[in-house]
Design a protein around this ligand. Structure first.
Ligand SMILES: NC(=O)c1ccc[n+]([C@@H]2O[C@H](COP(=O)([O-])OP(=O)(O)OC[C@H]3O[C@@H](n4cnc5c(N)ncnc54)[C@H](OP(=O)(O)O)[C@@H]3O)[C@@H](O)[C@H]2O)c1
Length: 280
């Protein structure tokens, strides 16, 4: 009898998740007898769902909004970076223990390296806009890559201040209004706020002080080309969109659950692009 491995994504709501499309594509491509389902888990039922995770036959899964922090507190923490972040997006069972890890930061770095071939993070100066969960994962991963300095600007300055206190002296806080004053000293600009998403305000900043070699990244992927990326491209700057991060953050989980390290290909990107265009 063929053993079908079963993984899932949990969230509340969960209909929007593109993870089933992504993992379903890889399961088919690698002809793996597996399943990946979306499961709506309310905050009230989260504890019992996690307690019964192994009993339901799952090998692992993903965790999305609003459960990333709550699940972190209920599972074994897989690695020091995750311990620092205090949130998980990926679960896996090992010897009967349920582990949680965060792969968003990995996804950001892997996406950037795939999009900009000669990108070397060592010593570069990065400006990060935002201080939410995604910004936190990105900061952790950038520091692991050996960047020289990270300047964080956030609408609510106290959240950025907390980052600086926690992540150490390579991280500085800069004002949200007038953040452009640091752009002349910036090699990479990252939008990790939700501004620019369909239905939200655009991110209104002046990119003209950025040097010509600067790379501009947006982790928002609906729309694919945010107003920020359109503006950066029109200035001739290199751009990295949020879809790459979404695809790459899924790689470690799939490999652990199903035993194959999946490739992020142009075909997969086209599939997700079509889905974003259809449902935006
Ligand atoms: N590409 C990917 O794989 C990927 C992965 C994760 C997240 N994302 C996207 O990244 C974005 C952020 O996600 P998150 O999980 O970090 O969310 P979050 O924890 O809620 O943080 C939201 C961030 O956006 C800022 N923000 C929201 N509205 C704003 C406004 N009107 N003006 C200025 N700043 C505003 C918040 O600032 P305050 O602190 O002042 O509220 C905060 O810094 C979302 O759009 C999400 O879809 C993409």
């Amino acid at each position: 009898m063929i053993h079908v491995k079963h993984a899932c994504v949990i969230g509340w709501p969960i209909e929007h998740s593109r993870s089933p499309l992504l993992h379903g594509y890889w399961l088919k491509k690698y002809q793996i007898p597996g399943r990946y389902d979306r499961i709506a888990v309310s905050p009230e039922t989260l504890d019992s769902f996690i307690d019964g995770f192994a009993g339901r036959g799952f090998v692992g899964g993903n965790v999305t909004i609003p459960h990333k922090e709550a699940v972190f507190r209920r599972v074994a923490v897989a690695d020091p970076l995750t311990a620092r972040l205090g949130s998980v997006n990926t679960l896996y069972l090992s010897d009967g223990t349920l582990y949680g890890t965060s792969t968003d930061g990995y996804g950001f770095v892997a996406s950037a390296k795939q999009a900009v071939k000669d990108l070397d993070f060592a010593g570069i100066r990065v400006a990060v806009l935002g201080a939410g969960g995604a910004a936190r994962s990105i900061l952790g991963a950038l520091l692991e890559q050996g960047v020289g300095r990270i300047s964080v600007a956030n609408r609510s300055p106290e959240r950025a201040e907390a980052f600086a206190a926690e992540f150490g002296q390579k991280v500085e806080v800069v004002p949200w209004h007038g953040v452009e004053t640091i752009f002349a000293r910036t090699d990479m600009l990252v939008n990790a706020t939700s501004l620019g998403m369909t239905g939200k305000d655009p991110l209104r900043i002046d990119l003209s002080p950025l040097p010509a070699h600067a790379v501009v990244c947006d982790i928002v992927y609906v729309p694919l080309l945010t107003p920020l990326l359109v503006s950066a491209r029109s200035r001739g700057l290199r751009i990295i969109d949020g879809l790459g991060m979404l695809m790459h953050q899924a790689v470690p989980g799939f490999e652990r659950w199903f035993g194959v390290r999946p490739e992020v290909t142009a075909e997969l990107r086209s599939l997700l692009e079509a889905d974003v265009m259809a449902k935006k």
